[in-house]
Design a protein around this ligand. Structure first.
Ligand SMILES: NC(=O)c1ccc[n+]([C@@H]2O[C@H](COP(=O)([O-])OP(=O)(O)OC[C@H]3O[C@@H](n4cnc5c(N)ncnc54)[C@H](OP(=O)(O)O)[C@@H]3O)[C@@H](O)[C@H]2O)c1
Length: 239
């Protein structure tokens, strides 16, 4: 297993859920983390908790230049960027005709464009060193679809397709690309847009730290191997 000490990661969506847990988990492994999201107050709280190993960046993944801002913050603070985790995402559940045009645009823009822009910002530096990891947090919805999640599933299929193509484009240049595809995770995700805090089964879902530990395990793989797609589900989740 590779030692992660001293590596530098940029993570989108660190104001909550999987991204926040991943920031904690990577810093526990001795890494430095630059974390982006829109809610500056949440990022400040995390920075107060994690100290000098964490640098918060207020950013919107839908804005191409904000991807650059995130990567530049890593280089400014820690001198390099070894790992990009494209995690930020939103979900609005319901039938295809139940969603508003704005909700559909927001999902596509956040989950698809918001994955592409930070990756485009990170790749040049990784190519210059001939090494790097890109980890995309997709979903099982991006492997087999799911009822009442058509557009969300489409955005997650897009992430899986993007990763497969990038693996072919970048692997020979030293950049490893991995998809982590969780089933349901008990976070703020889709709260009010398909989930409620008191919904049945929430307590049986994966915990955000379960996914964060998968991120750690992916990065710890020897550089001679890659996982491509790591799908993970709660022991309680039905097929
Ligand atoms: N929870 C699940 O059941 C589940 C299952 C499979 C996959 N996933 C995927 O896991 C990823 C993380 O989800 P989560 O469960 O941790 O959800 P979460 O708790 O709601 O966190 C989502 C994060 O994304 C950020 N984000 C959303 N829109 C953004 C934007 N425009 N610009 C920057 N940051 C933005 C949020 O920050 P701000 O709002 O502060 O910007 C927040 O930090 C998503 O891609 C999701 O699709 C989740």
């Amino acid at each position: 297993m590779s030692d992660l000490t001293g590596l530098v990661a940029a993570i989108t969506g660190t104001s909550a859920g999987i991204g926040q847990s991943s920031a904690r988990a990577l810093i526990a492994e001795g890494m430095k983390v630059v974390g982006g999201a829109r809610r500056a107050d949440r990022l400040k709280d995390l920075a107060d908790e994690l100290g000098d190993a964490f640098v918060p960046v207020e950013m919107d993944v839908r804005t191409p230049t904000d991807g650059v801002k995130l990567v530049e913050a890593a280089v400014d603070a820690f001198g390099k960027l070894d790992v990009l985790i494209a995690n930020a995402g939103i979900g609005v559940y319901g039938g295809i005709m139940d969603q508003t045009d704005d909700e559909i645009v927001a999902m596509i823009d956040t989950n698809v464009s918001g994955t592409v822009w930070p990756i485009r910002a990170a790749v040049p530096g990784m190519l210059s060193t001939g090494s790097g990891d890109i980890v995309i947090i997709a979903s099982v919805a991006g492997i087999r679809g799911a009822g009442d999640e058509a557009v969300y599933a489409a955005t997650k299929f897009a992430q899986v397709g993007l990763a497969g193509a990038l693996d072919r484009e970048l692997r020979a240049k030293g950049i490893r690309v991995t998809v982590i595809a969780p089933g349901g995770v008990a976070t703020e995700f889709a709260m009010g847009t398909g989930r409620t805090p008191d919904m049945e089964g929430l307590e049986k879902m994966l915990r955000p730290d379960d996914v964060a530990q998968a991120v750690v395990a992916v990065l710890k793989q020897p550089r001679s191997m890659r996982s491509l797609v790591w799908s993970m589900r709660s022991i309680h989740e039905e097929d």
